[in-house]
Write a protein that binds this ligand. Structure first.
Ligand SMILES: NC(=O)c1ccc[n+]([C@@H]2O[C@H](COP(=O)([O-])OP(=O)(O)OC[C@H]3O[C@@H](n4cnc5c(N)ncnc54)[C@H](O)[C@@H]3O)[C@@H](O)[C@H]2O)c1
Length: 385
């Protein structure tokens, strides 16, 4: 299909054979063909908030702050928040766009069907981290490039996770709700409020965010554990003060607090189902800012209802925006928010700059920073395989 589509568009093709793939694959060079490109951005809408901060570049209205730059070079830049369904604004532009930019906060779901329709598409950019809203195998098969702004919001997310841990450990939210509701009942909060010091905290995934969280937890004098497909360098492990747990289930049975920090991949999708949650300590606190679909939605809601999970907090859901009847909105013991942790103003400025940098390189036919690629030359980045 890649050959037919690319040839029909007069694009430069290169036949390549890939390790571990017996058939030769065809892909399109990432050299922009001469002339204007149609770039579509899908971002959350800000309405009256759009003009309140000149650095609020992540919303649809402010469009990453790159409109003038793109248009002054003769490119067309269409921006919308309307992304889902056959009648959406995005759908209208699928047949002739060259580049699609979206964010995980308001993700444009790029299905195999949309990829098939997008005859001119070459490049999918994630303004942020996590490209699971794209059917990556379909993108690879079609010869598309997928890249994200790796590292752009890792501090923002690690800080937010630390906040969520403290909110859950201290049983903070019910106390805050009392104040709003005109109540005063110390015992209702205090019977299950704890110190963080001395607790066992485990992260599943100790990459850029997981490590930063562990570093921030160190001064709290916790017992720190991590499970990852890769063990850290011993020097770094020593500096962070975290112990590697090869067996995930063994780690789960030890933790008072569990934090999820892996990408959503074929291996991590639904990883926390009823059985795996059953391996956690009764009364465990869980923080998940990674991706909603890593959890079995109903299993989490059930475990919060029985109290097996004594507190669940995170900002990621599936799908997004979360529908009004999403079970996590109504389950007890939760401190959920919309997807916000990685879209602080500081993060927006970083992922907007990173997106601009990749577009600039794309126009010049230059490679992106290696760590940004999620799909390149028909291959998925290693942790997505
Ligand atoms: N809520 C937000 O705003 C927000 C923002 C940024 C990132 N994220 C999510 O956080 C994820 C992690 O981001 P990061 O920058 O730390 O990524 P990273 O690539 O630096 O780290 C991911 C870690 O997960 C490990 N991993 C991958 N698959 C695994 C598996 N099956 N079992 C065990 N370990 C596995 C990797 O080895 C790596 O160490 C992103 O993919 C994204 O989904 C969320």
């Amino acid at each position: 299909m890649a050959l037919r589509r690319a040839a029909a568009n007069g694009l430069l093709l290169q036949a390549l054979s890939y390790p571990g793939n017996s058939s030769s694959a065809l892909t399109r060079h990432l050299h922009a063909s001469p002339g204007s490109k149609k770039i579509v951005g899908v971002f959350y809408k800000a309405n009256e908030y759009a003009s309140l901060n000149p650095n609020f570049v992540g919303c649809a209205e402010n469009a990453l702050g790159i409109r003038h730059w793109l248009e002054s070079q003769g490119h067309r830049y269409v921006v919308t928040h309307d992304k889902d369904g056959p009648d959406s604004e995005l759908e209208k532009h699928i047949p002739d766009l060259h580049v699609l930019i979206t964010t995980p906060f308001h993700p444009a779901y790029v299905t195999a069907e949309r990829i098939k329709k997008a005859k001119n598409l070459q490049l999918l950019l994630t303004a942020g981290i996590g490209s699971d809203h794209i059917d990556l195998n379909a993108a690879a098969a079609a010869g598309l490039t997928v890249a994200e702004v790796t590292g752009s919001n890792v501090v923002s997310v690690a800080e937010d996770e630390l906040m969520r841990i403290l909110i859950l450990v201290r049983n903070f939210l019910p106390g805050h709700h009392q104040v709003i509701n005109g109540e005063w009942d110390v015992s209702k909060i205090a019977y299950r409020a704890y110190d963080l010091e001395g607790k066992t905290v485990g992260t599943i995934g100790a990459g850029r965010i997981g490590r930063r969280l562990l570093q921030r937890l160190k001064p709290f004098n916790c017992n720190l554990l991590y499970h990852d497909r890769l063990k850290m360098d011993p020097e770094l492990e020593k500096e962070i003060g975290a112990h590697f747990e090869e067996d995930l289930d063994v780690m789960l049975s030890k933790c008072d607090i569990i934090v999820i920090n892996t990408p959503l991949t074929d291996k991590t999708k639904g990883m926390f189902d009823k059985e795996r949650i059953g391996k956690m300590k009764k009364g465990v606190l869980v923080v998940n800012n990674a991706r909603g679909a890593i959890m079995d939605t109903q299993a989490v809601a059930d475990a919060c209802s029985t109290g097996h999970i004594a507190g669940y907090s995170g900002d990621v859901w599936y799908p997004q925006p979360a529908p009004k009847d999403h079970p996590w909105r109504y389950m007890p013991n939760q401190a959920m928010t919309p997807h916000i942790s990685g879209t602080t103003i500081d993060a927006q400025l970083r992922y907007a700059a990173g997106t601009k940098d990749m577009l600039e390189r794309y126009f010049k036919g230059e490679d992106f920073p290696a760590q940004n690629y999620i799909v390149k030359d028909g291959e998925l980045a290693s942790q997505y395989r």
